[in-house]
Design a binder for this molecule. Structure first.
Ligand SMILES: NC(=O)c1ccc[n+]([C@@H]2O[C@H](COP(=O)([O-])OP(=O)(O)OC[C@H]3O[C@@H](n4cnc5c(N)ncnc54)[C@H](OP(=O)(O)O)[C@@H]3O)[C@@H](O)[C@H]2O)c1
Length: 268
């Protein structure tokens, strides 16, 4: 079903975005990948081309409207259409809210929320014309708040509001709008998250699933035009418990964080 279709995946120079772009190429889609770092983007494009894909790469920051315009514009110039937008690019942070620098707050919101707003708004017309799909990559941290991840949670939870509103506006136009709540995923060695003062640091949590597993589930979601995907059993359990009793989940999170067994590090 992807043959002849054009997909733009933001943040696809590595990680989940690259794994997804690779699966889309396997499925016969033409793919546009984006990221800020030009070198890594070019080598990822070369890998996808070696896989047999027709691939365009556009370097830029999705937090900047003009860069987002350039990304969508290049997809249209090169391929003449856009069927699928996956808002995947994101940056994570760690640290209590009271300690966060202004720069960390702005960067997380600019990438995770403004970036998704920019690309979705700019891509809307061609996606409506194609009766295509818009997918947002959120996180278990987008289902309920977590201590030490406030601005990340805020940005990912905001994607739910954006997704639900767009879905209501676009259902009559035949567009699929979905959201994925990823669990902690296998990461590339060069992945960095932001510490409270803005220093890039390696992630510190064990993975619940591989990038390939995440990509496979997103492909399935696109094929079935599903609205909603929570990647991990613990995420599904947490979400169910949260809907039944937010207070219970709050107590469980605080207990896990205080526990010496490292439960919060393993499951958040
Ligand atoms: N990995 C996890 O455990 C996990 C868990 C839950 C949710 N998620 C979400 O899943 C998505 C992918 O995560 P990942 O682990 O694959 O991330 P990653 O390895 O850090 O890759 C992020 C990608 O986004 C690009 N990017 C970052 N900021 C950007 C910006 N401002 N403009 C354009 N591109 C930008 C990066 O390239 P440049 O740095 O060169 O720009 C890179 O290609 C993110 O939205 C993340 O929040 C991940």
């Amino acid at each position: 079903m992807f043959k002849g279709k054009v997909a733009l995946v933001s943040g696809a120079s590595r990680g989940v975005g690259f794994a997804l772009a690779s699966r889309l190429v396997d499925e016969g889609a033409r793919v546009v990948i984006t990221a800020r770092g030009e070198q890594r983007l070019a080598s990822s494009r070369a890998k996808l081309q070696a896989q047999g894909g027709e691939v365009e790469a556009v370097a830029g920051d999705i937090g900047e409207w003009k860069d987002a315009e350039r990304m969508v514009g290049r997809a249209l110039d090169r391929f003449g259409r856009l069927d699928i937008l996956v808002n995947n690019a994101g940056v994570s942070m760690r640290g209590d809210f009271a300690e966060l620098s202004g720069d960390v707050c702005s960067r997380v919101i600019a990438t995770n929320l403004s970036g998704a707003v920019h690309l979705s708004r700019i891509a809307m017309e061609p996606i409506v014309a194609a009766r295509g799909s818009i997918v947002f990559i959120s996180s278990i941290a987008g289902l309920f708040g977590l201590p030490g991840a406030s601005v990340y949670c805020a940005s990912k939870k905001a994607l739910t509001g954006l997704c639900e509103s767009l879905r209501l506006e676009l259902i009559p136009k035949g567009v699929h709008v979905g959201i994925v709540y990823l669990g902690y995923t296998e990461h590339d060695p060069e992945k960095r998250i932001l510490s409270a003062d803005g220093k890039p640091v390696p992630p510190d949590r064990p993975a619940h699933h591989t990038q390939a597993q995440a990509a496979e589930r997103i492909i399935d979601m696109l094929k079935k035009r599903k609205k909603h995907l929570i990647m991990t059993p613990i995420g599904n359990l947490g979400w169910l418990a949260y809907r039944l009793s937010p207070a219970l989940v709050e107590r469980a999170v605080l207990w896990a964080k205080a526990s010496k067994l490292g439960l919060y590090q393993r499951f958040s």
